[in-house]
Design a binder for this molecule. Sequence first.
Ligand code: ADP
Ligand code: MG
Length: 292
Amino acid sequence: MEPILEVKGLRKSFGDFTLKDISFSLPRGFIMGLIGPNGSGKSTTIKLIMNLLKKEAGEVRVCGLDTDRHVLAVKQKIGFVYDENHFYDELTALEMKRIVAPFYREWDEEAFNYYVDRFQLPVRKKIKALSKGNKMKFALTVALSHQAELIIMDEPTAGLDPVMRSELLEVLVELLQDERKGVLFSTHITTDLDKVADYITMINEGKVVFSVAKDTLQETCGLVKGGKSQLTPEIRDRLIGLREGSFGFEGLTTDRKQMEALLGERGVIERPTVEEIMVYLVRGYGNADISL
Ligand code: ADP
Ligand code: MG
């Protein structure tokens, strides 16, 4: 089966910021997290995928359909959650639903009611009176109520308390029990990814640093720790985002096997969290040959 989302060679410039060569692919049945520091180009990438910005180059396919050539069909297939409220504040959630539902060929009232119930959404309240978390849940409810196959969200968990965050993540995991579906969401809360992501794409300074399965990432990368005397020039050269203190050193390797051979018995290589991988890669960006 074709991937649910394929992004190839996306490019967009704003002044001195250029997003370029953005390519990655998400198979059906999985969740991909899009991470990177503020201003790295996550929202721009998502807007280009959604055709909310005009691409300077590149192409996007959703369920095998080119998004420029099959605009309407693609709209039906994507459930999109914006990074800010794009509903009318003065309407109640129910009134808003009545406005958006007719835009979708396969509006699913049952699904809508299911998520309203599940999220305990006060749908008779005006949207402006909803909490940030409830606005988010309402947006997700709409996104999940029209038989979309691909869910795309920009920073859905930003500003939510831990309980709401885990509720939202649970819904995503549940959704993926349907193996035809897929989720792409950007976040800077990397613990969300430790919990639910199958694939991780990292962007920095407008470029893809890596796009791989999370398991592969955590197996090939390692957090290397040792005493000063172990830091040979060869090891130093290969460590990304190296930190040295009076006790010793810490750095990231993207080739655990090679590093094990260089260190021999003496060093320690730990399994890094996604957060650590991101922090070290950003710190060492530009000075290191990062290949994954
Ligand atoms: P992220 O979502 O990763 O924080 P963005 O994609 O929002 O990053 O932004 C990437 C860069 O592009 C930033 O430097 C931002 O200031 C710039 N940028 C984004 N949108 C616009 C725009 N509409 N006009 C000018 N610059 C923009
Ligand atoms: Mg953003």
